[in-house]
Design a protein around this ligand. Structure first.
Ligand code: NAG
Ligand code: NAG
Ligand code: NAG
Ligand code: NAG
Ligand code: NAG
Ligand code: NAG
Ligand code: NAG
Ligand code: NAG
Ligand code: NAG
Ligand code: NAG
Length: 337
């Protein structure tokens, strides 16, 4: 057996030196390609050709040789490679990623050489996404997301932010063969959900989502009085001041009048039946107790004597009468010029 194998090797080497005619007619066809780790793969000749002797090699190193019914398998493939001596078909059992390569069959009777490349990949399992931390502060933190698998070879990574793919930018780096996503200087809009998708030619998998809690604000404050932006009201009105701020966690709000803190907290300040003395500057102060940032907004409210109260109205009318007459006189006089 050993001797025969050596003899065949000698013939093969001789044949290699002399060169084989390119045999365009015969092809090697893998039964599965790409194959998955653990598969049995048969590399057959097409069209099927009866070979009396020959050899199989991968990437230049011999797997086995055969002559008639005798076959000799080289140590690297002992127990996991066999040849069908009738057809020359090579069967590899329990392939591994390392079995990927160019497989070549050669024969001297008849003279032929043919090859095919085989790719073997490991199935992807258990895609996991981990974050360095999940509680972040806007403009103050970097988020680092790492994607990993329990098994899988030749991995490609794709990053998702909600339903859109994440691409690199000044702020966003994708490194370590695309398995790490770094977001520098996070903003309130980076809360996710983030996930990673891992792909190879035989499988794919997606991680669970990761959400970030990003503290921000308070900022973008707004203050309305009775739902409007107007600031002039008449005495006797009821005023509802509404304050808002963008903040996470929600800002604590407190009111001030003329720079003095009022005993009112929360977004609403109600002033019932206001008088002129309540004219002045109203402020809403916002505090985010997580970011420790303060913000405020102030509006000046004018409360005028009610023009609708009967006695006031008459007084105004009488006072204005001479002025109105004078204006009327002026405009008619100007019209004549
Ligand atoms: C099998 O071959 C590969 C390269 O072709 C080599 O790296 C490896 O060491 C060999 N293994 C054995 C058991 O000979
Ligand atoms: C973070 O981003 C904000 C707004 O995009 C920018 O004003 C600030 O300078 C950035 N900070 C750092 C440390 O890059
Ligand atoms: C990383 O992703 C980019 C964009 O999809 C791609 O062009 C690049 O080849 C990938 N790099 C690696 C190492 O997979
Ligand atoms: C995530 O998506 C939001 C919009 O949905 C966007 O504002 C934000 O910049 C994105 N963040 C990253 C890191 O891609
Ligand atoms: C992440 O946020 C989304 C909404 O943005 C929510 O539907 C999902 O349940 C959250 N996932 C986790 C793990 O908190
Ligand atoms: C109040 O004014 C601000 C800007 O001055 C504007 O954005 C807002 O829409 C106004 N609100 C109302 C209720 O008119
Ligand atoms: C103002 O509020 C008071 C007390 O709730 C109510 O009696 C009064 O009718 C209100 N006035 C106006 C003009 O809505
Ligand atoms: C911070 O503010 C939130 C929201 O207003 C409140 O629920 C929480 O009790 C506050 N925490 C502390 C430590 O004051
Ligand atoms: C503010 O309200 C608290 C309880 O709500 C009360 O004990 C306190 O006397 C009030 N202070 C003023 C100045 O009204
Ligand atoms: C209101 O905000 C201004 C800056 O925008 C700040 O200078 C001022 O001290 C704040 N006022 C209060 C009462 O916090």
């Amino acid at each position: 057996m050993e001797k025969k194998a050596e003899g065949t090797v000698a013939i093969i080497l001789l044949a290699l030196i002399q060169g084989f005619p390119a045999s365009g007619a015969v092809e090697v066809l893998p039964s599965i390609n790409p194959a998955v780790v653990g598969n049995s793969v048969t590399l057959s000749l097409s069209p099927s050709t009866a070979l009396n002797s020959g050899s199989w090699a991968v990437g230049g190193s011999l797997i086995l040789t055969w002559t008639g019914a005798q076959q000799a398998v080289f140590p690297n493939h002992t127990g996991r490679a066999t040849v069908d001596v009738q057809t020359g078909a090579l069967t590899l059992t329990s392939v591994t990623v390392a079995d990927s390569g160019d497989y070549t069959v050669q024969s001297t009777s008849p003279m032929l050489q043919a090859s095919a490349s085989l790719s073997v990949y490991e199935l992807i399992s258990n895609v996991m996404l981990t974050a360095n931390q999940k509680d972040l502060v806007e403009f103050n933190s970097a988020a680092v997301l790492t994607c990993s698998v329990s098994s899988g070879s030749s991995l490609s990574f794709l990053w998702m932010n909600g339903s859109s793919e994440v691409t690199g930018s000044d702020r966003v780096q994708i490194t370590d063969g695309n398995s790490t996503l770094t977001i520098n200087n996070v903003t309130r809009y980076d809360k996710g959900p983030f996930s990673c998708r891992v792909i190879n030619p035989v499988s794919n998998g997606i991680s669970g989502p990761v959400n970030f809690t990003i503290s921000y604000g308070p900022d973008n404050m707004a203050l309305t009085v009775n739902g409007r932006n107007t600031t002039s009201f008449s005495a006797g009105s009821n005023l509802t001041l509404l304050c808002s701020a963008q903040s996470n966690p929600e800002a604590q709000l407190q009111w001030a009048f003329g720079g003095e803190l009022l005993n009112t907290t929360g977004p609403l300040l109600e002033l019932l039946i206001v008088g002129e003395k309540q004219s002045g500057s109203y402020s809403c102060l916002a505090l985010n107790n997580h970011t420790n940032v303060n913000s405020n907004i102030t509006t000046n409210i004018m409360i005028a004597k009610s023009p609708l109260s009967g006695s006031d109205r008459r007084a105004v009318d009488v006072g204005l009468l001479p002025l109105l007459l004078f204006v009327g006189f002026l405009s008619s006089w100007q019209g004549k010029l």
